[in-house]
Write a protein that binds this ligand. Sequence first.
Ligand code: ADP
Ligand code: MG
Length: 479
Amino acid sequence: MKNFKDFALDETILSAIADLGYEEPTAIQQQVLPSVLDGKDVIAKSKTGSGKTAAFAIPTIEKIDWAENKPQVLVLLPTRELAVQVKEDFTNIGRYKRIKAVALFGREPIRFQTTALRQKTHVVAGTPGRVMDHIERGTLKLDELKYFVIDEADELLHMGFLDQVEAIIKLLPKKRQTLLFSATYSSEIRKLAERYMNQPIFIEHEDKQMKKSTIEQKLVEVDTAHKYETLKKFTVIENPNSCIVFCNTKDQVDQLCEKLENDGYSVDMLHGGMTQDDRLAVMKDFRRGDFRYLVATDVAARGIDIEDISMVIQYDVPYEKESYVHRIGRTGRAGQRGVAIMLAAKNERRQLNEIEEYIEKTIERVAIPAIDLVEANRQAFETKMQSSPERKVMKSEQLNANIMKIYFNGGKKKKLRAIDFVGTINSIDGIEGKDIGIITIEEACTFVEILNGKGPIVLKAMQNKTVKNKQLKVHIAKK
Ligand code: ADP
Ligand code: MG
């Protein structure tokens, strides 16, 4: 068993990892980290929730040359939510190295992203369509790219992104490392690897614990007409703190969410027909524990990491067998207990057979909960329904608590560079390099994050200090 300290990692990265509460590398990280540091191409297959993001984020952040302005790491992902999450993971792990990560995804005005890309950008995480768009516009520069990561590869291919992924690969520098992550492995992925990777090391982590998984998988055979009342019975007897209910279509999500709402559930929904802003807002609220039940299509199943989901209900048997694995993977994360219940009607038997063949096991059949069992649990359920969920402090909020973002009224136009700010702020009594966080230089202004609660010291000292001999207006940034 290795410790993070056993890898040659920079102090700034080790302390960010410690802040995130990662005590030791997960099994997949133990194997992927040294190979990436060693310059190898890697294919890694392991179940969802096994820490794949940090497995590629940690070693690539270690290798990033901070002084270089053009992107050095490009991560392709299937959904916008994942792009945002991976960007946040890079920002959190790279915080003390002042790593700048940008997320690129569709249905957001391209000019915001273009502005972000014009500044120093170390890492880009994006969906293939929008990434290609930026490459074609010349706003995403690839000549300094060192690492190309394909995350959730199975889903990318599954969603028909193969052509776009290949088109992007052809534009990348030949001299690069390619890393591919997936929860499942298919012949298409193998072909992709053979074509575009350089003697990749194949790392598969057959998690011993997965076999005796912390996820209890159950199946109820029930007519479509009785699914709703069955769902409610399970919510009463399981009485989860938070729960995701998966449906196959967005109409189904709409209807089910409305029914639950009318029945007094603390519920919201997520599906691909919603606007980008709405989707991100719902995810954020759910993460924070603002409501207990999320009704969603498979857009929410992929990779999205939310802590403490104690129950997943599949209201429909998924059309795709792989979806089953991803849906149940939303619960039982980080070794906690989770229960996954699937409601299957007779006409869904064929899909069900495919799933059981695929996971190589028969899901345990359970009966619809008996009335007296439901009634015995009713009181506790009602009590919880009437209390609002416990607010979770998000990791990034926790990290942000000690950070003050400071505004300076000078940027590129005044020919100021990050190094000028670092120099000045570093010279303040009581401030060290590690107290300076991410620096964002815009045309007419600059934002500097001050870490470790030292913002007020910097704010005060900067009232009578100059940056590159220029006296700048300084105040706390508005957001
Ligand atoms: P995957 O991509 O394999 O589905 P993620 O990268 O989303 O998994 O990680 C799952 C969760 O585990 C995240 O909340 C992440 O912050 C956490 N995590 C990652 N590495 C560690 C670690 N070494 N120790 C504890 N938690 C970790
Ligand atoms: Mg992942």
